[in-house]
Structures are given as structure tokens and as C-alpha cells.
Ligand binder design. Structure first.
Ligand SMILES: Nc1ncnc2c1ncn2[C@@H]1O[C@H](COP(=O)(O)OP(=O)(O)O)[C@@H](O)[C@H]1O
Ligand SMILES: [Mg+2]
Length: 358
């Protein structure tokens, strides 16, 4: 589709021009940087960590890393670590011996072995258990493991690409993710920005999906009404490219002419009401209400003759504030400290002081 760029004049490369990656749509500055990093890292054997919300294109980048590498002729094996229970995932990844557990009626080769000579994509790596993380660390470090229920060590040559839709450092802090594995994976992190931070990609993506779905549905929707494009560009896309793709498909299916019109879009997009990004709504504070409520409570409870009203009410407000921010940040202290604008050690002390550290 984009032709072969391997023979492109050197001058283009020296000008810093990055040819797009076949199949990936969007030429915003942010995505150009993603493509650039993807190309550069693909040639190495380093582990790659893809970070970004759901639907931003992590899996597409993972497969591009493989296709652009010297391993392209080898297998590309995908495993969604979030989709299986711990024991199933362990035997899926590493294989097992007959009789290793109830139901293990025969020997089974794991996905790591299947990925020998190629790449393995570990999606939602953040949902692996700490026990499995130890085994993963060993594969990353020593390139070896044993099948479940076996003592024989197997060596593999595979490049690991992992993805997480959560901030892994937060997970490390919450003690759900091993720090040593984090650093092993984090050799080359690639952060793929959410669609709302690169709205300039929306028209290209819409045109692309219109083409794709016109073809699969034998339609010919080639025009986009201006009002429809404006609505699409204003939406916040919590489900990112996947959400956009679904809505364009739906519009093509419903279209009765060759134009994508605004009435073909779901109401939440049409009305232009912006939804907060997923997981952010709990963090919105109404400072005035919060303060008034807590001050009122502090005043009500305080002994009318007490002469320490200031410190009592201020402490009370502070405690409530910290408790709420900690909750909004899922207990992750660095995040809460940043949000509060206070030092992490200070936060730590205050959590102790207010008995909020449990
Ligand atoms: N830059 C892009 N160009 C074209 N299609 C994309 C792009 N990014 C994402 N998609 C499409 O959006 C959907 C979600 O992408 P995926 O790679 O599965 O995201 P993630 O793994 O981050 O959830 C897929 O159907 C994919 O084809
Ligand atoms: Mg995915």
C-alpha cells in the first residue's frame, strides 16, 4: 500500500523523515514518534514494553515490531495474560507434562516453545500473578524454563514484546508487579498516546475505516458530512481507535447513501457531550463542597470551649483530603503525592499520623 521504502533516498532519512509503517494509520507527530521508535527497536533483540489505554493499537505495534525484525520469518505468538486463570496461563505459556495436574492427560508444548525463532506478545502482562512473574523474569534473563511438572530445562530463542494498559510503576508500588521484572521489560518502553491526545489522526482513521467497511459490506460510503466529522473530532474516545472503528462500521452498515451523516452516529457522539476518560471521574473533586462539609463536621464535633479549633479543623480537612485522594489513586502513594502536590515522604508521614496507612 505504501510501496517499498527500503530504497528511499538517504536524504529523506537524514532529514528525519520516517516512512509510515504499513497498516498503521495516523500521521500525527505523536504517532510518528511511535513509528520511529518501533522501527529502531525492531532491529534489536531487546524486550519491548508497550504502554497505552485499551484500543490505542498496542497489538498492531507488537506485530509491527515482529514484522520489521530479522525474526519476521519466524512465528509471532500472542498470549492474552488477562484472559486466563493463573494455572491455565502457566501451562499455556510454559507447557506441561502428562499428569502434572488433574486434567493434564497428555504432554503439552507451551507458547514460549512455539515462539522459538520468532516473537512472543504478552498482552496485559500486568495481570500476571507474582508467582508467574518469577518464571517470566527467568525466561527474560536466562532464556530458559521448565514445563509444569517437569525437571528438564528448555531453552528458547524468542523476542518478548509485552503490553500493559496500566501504569506498571503504579503496579510495582502497589506490590502487584515485581520491580525486577519491570526493569527487565522496560528496556525500551513505547507509549502509545490515547486518541484524544492526537485528534488530528481522526480524519485519516475515519477515511481508512470507511474504505475498509465499504468494501466488506459492499457499500460505497465515500463522503463525510462536515457535521459528522466535527462530532467525531470532538468526542473523547475512551475506547480509542477500537471505539472509532466500531462506530464507523456501524455507520457504514446503516448508511443509505454514499455519505456518512451525523444521524448515523450514536447519540453520545452526536450530542458532543464529552465523557471523562475512563477511571478519571472518581478523581474529580468539588473543592468547595468537600471543604464545607468537613469544616462543618469538625465544628459540630469540637468541644465549644476548646481553644484548638484551628488545628483540629485543619487536620480534619487534611485527613479527609488525603483519604479521598488516596482512594482516587487506588492507594498508589507516588500518584497521590503528585496529585496533592506534596512530597512523598510527607505523604507517608501523614498517612501514619492519620492512621490511613492500612
Ligand atoms: N493506528 C492504527 N491504524 C489502523 N488501525 C488501528 C490503529 N490503531 C488501532 N487500530 C485498530 O483498532 C483496534 C484496536 O487495536 P489494538 O492493537 O488491538 O489495540 P490495543 O492492543 O491497544 O487494545 C484494532 O482493530 C486495530 O486494527
Ligand atoms: Mg489489545
Amino acid at each position: 500500500m505504501y510501496g517499498d521504502w527500503s530504497d528511499a533516498p538517504r536524504s529523506l532519512a537524514t532529514l528525519g523523515y520516517e516512512p509510515p509503517i504499513p497498516g498503521l494509520i495516523g500521521s500525527s507527530q505523536a504517532m510518528m514518534e511511535v513509528y520511529n521508535l518501533t522501527r529502531r527497536v525492531a532491529g534489536s533483540n531487546a524486550s519491548v514494553l508497550l504502554l497505552g489505554e485499551t484500543g490505542v493499537g498496542k497489538e498492531m505495534i507488537a506485530s509491527a515490531v515482529h514484522r520489521l525484525s530479522q525474526r519476521a520469518a519466524g512465528p509471532f505468538v500472542k498470549v492474552n495474560c488477562g484472559a486466563l486463570s493463573e494455572s491455565l496461563l502457566e501451562s499455556e505459556l510454559f507447557g506441561h507434562m502428562r499428569g502434572a495436574f488433574t486434567g493434564a492427560v497428555s504432554n503439552r508444548t507451551g507458547r514460549f516453545e512455539a515462539a522459538h525463532g520468532g516473537s512472543i506478545f504478552l498482552d496485559e502482562i500486568n495481570s500476571t500473578s507474582l508467582h508467574l512473574q518469577v518464571k517470566l523474569l527467568r525466561v527474560l534473563q536466562e532464556r530458559e524454563f521448565e514445563r509444569v511438572g517437569d525437571t528438564q530445562t528448555i531453552r528458547v530463542d524468542t523476542r518478548v514484546v509485552a503490553a500493559s494498559n496500566r501504569d506498571l510503576m503504579d503496579e510495582v508500588e502497589a506490590e502487584r508487579f515485581r520491580e525486577d521484572l519491570y526493569w527487565r521489560l522496560n528496556v525500551v518502553p513505547i507509549r502509545i498516546p490515547p486518541l484524544r491526545e492526537r485528534r488530528e489522526d481522526i480524519p485519516e482513521l475515519v477515511a481508512h475505516f470507511l474504505n475498509v467497511y465499504s468494501e466488506t459490506n459492499e457499500r460505497h460510503v465515500v463522503h463525510i458530512q462536515r457535521e459528522a466529522m466535527e462530532a467525531l473530532q470532538d468526542h473523547d474516545w475512551p475506547g480509542n481507535v477500537r471505539e472509532l472503528q466500531n462506530y464507523v462500521e456501524r455507520a457504514v452498515v446503516l448508511a443509505e447513501s454514499d455519505e456518512l451523516t451525523v444521524d448515523l452516529l450514536p447519540p453520545e457522539i452526536r450530542s458532543g457531550t464529552k465523557r471523562p476518560p475512563l477511571g478519571m471521574s472518581a478523581q474529580a473533586f468539588d473543592l468547595d463542597t468537600l471543604t464545607q462539609e468537613v469544616v462543618q463536621q469538625g465544628l459540630n464535633e469540637a468541644d465549644p470551649d476548646a481553644e484548638d479549633l484551628h488545628s483540629r479543623v485543619v487536620n480534619r480537612v487534611e485527613k479527609e483530603l488525603i483519604a479521598q485522594v488516596m482512594q482516587a489513586c487506588s492507594g498508589v502513594q507516588t500518584k497521590a503525592a503528585t496529585r496533592l502536590g506534596i512530597n512523598r515522604n510527607t505523604l507517608h508521614k501523614k498517612l501514619k499520623e492519620y492512621d490511613l496507612d492500612s
